[in-house]
Design a binder for this molecule. Sequence first.
Ligand code: SF4
Length: 114
Amino acid sequence: MELTCIMCPVGCTLKVTKQKNGEILVTGNSCPRGHEYGIKEVTSPERIVTTVKKYKSGTISLKTEKPIPKGLVDSCLIEISKASTNQELKAGDVFIKDILNTGVNIIVTSLNVN
Ligand code: SF4
């Protein structure tokens, strides 16, 4: 598998292959973070989820405060779309606590309200 390391702006092209003995080989990385990322990407990939949602007369930007398993991204977005609040929000507030029992909160990153 070939993929781009997203751990820094350099964006090294990684080649990740599984050996016959089960060992995962990562090449193309310029530093240890790329090696770690390559292994994680083929064993248990995770993603930060970001989205924008209507709020009052404008919108709020939301994101997971930590990465969640890649397989839960769609469900996470559905949960966010279903959630609503009349609470006053500000950047940094928790919008949804412990989304999908991941232990990860959805936080407000910015508001654009007229
Ligand atoms: S391997 Fe290292 S230098 Fe290359 S993109 Fe990933 S973090 Fe950056």
